[in-house]
Ligand binder design. Structure first.
Ligand SMILES: CC(C)(COP(=O)(O)OP(=O)(O)OC[C@H]1O[C@@H](n2cnc3c(N)ncnc32)[C@H](O)[C@@H]1OP(=O)(O)O)[C@@H](O)C(=O)NCCC(=O)NCCS
Length: 111
């Protein structure tokens, strides 16, 4: 079992909200469409970015054949975040996200 954690400042992501090129390079289309309608778009993008880093850390001991941009989060209809790698659900990991106005955090446990 391996754990990964990440914390991000929401402010860092404000400038990216209108940068379509950046968004499409880093985030999956599902992550963009989940975040864009929100009142605080930067907060949701930051959470998804933190998720990628936490997952990357949790999988650090595994032989990775993907990049951080290949990791994405999609929420179930109950709101639970789930990890996808290269658009395929990655079942051997669990993730949890939390937001405040200024910070977001993500924890991932790979098993
Ligand atoms: C999960 C819950 C406790 C979040 O607590 P909170 O203090 O308001 O908010 P936090 O910032 O700490 O957490 C938000 C994150 O919780 C996660 N989350 C939401 N629902 C979740 C669930 N059912 N299970 C696990 N994680 C969940 C999400 O990742 C969310 O961030 P995201 O929308 O960017 O993906 C709260 O939303 C809740 O009680 N949900 C119950 C289920 C529900 O009513 N879902 C509504 C779906 S429309």
């Amino acid at each position: 079992m391996n754990v990964g954690i990440d914390i991000e400042e929401v402010e860092r992501f404000v400038k990216y909200v209108r940068d379509k090129k950046f968004l499409e390079r880093i985030f999956a289309k599902e992550e963009i469409s989940y975040s864009i309608p929100r009142k605080n778009v930067a907060q949701y993008l930051a959470a998804r970015f933190a998720a990628k880093e936490a997952v990357w850390k949790a999988l650090s001991t595994r032989n990775k054949k993907f990049t951080i941009a290949d990791i994405s989060v999609r929420n179930t209809k109950d709101g639970k975040p789930q990890v996808y790698i290269k658009n395929k659900k990655y079942k051997r990991i669990d993730i949890s996200l939390s937001h405040t106005d200024k910070y977001v955090a993500a924890v991932a446990i790979a098993f």
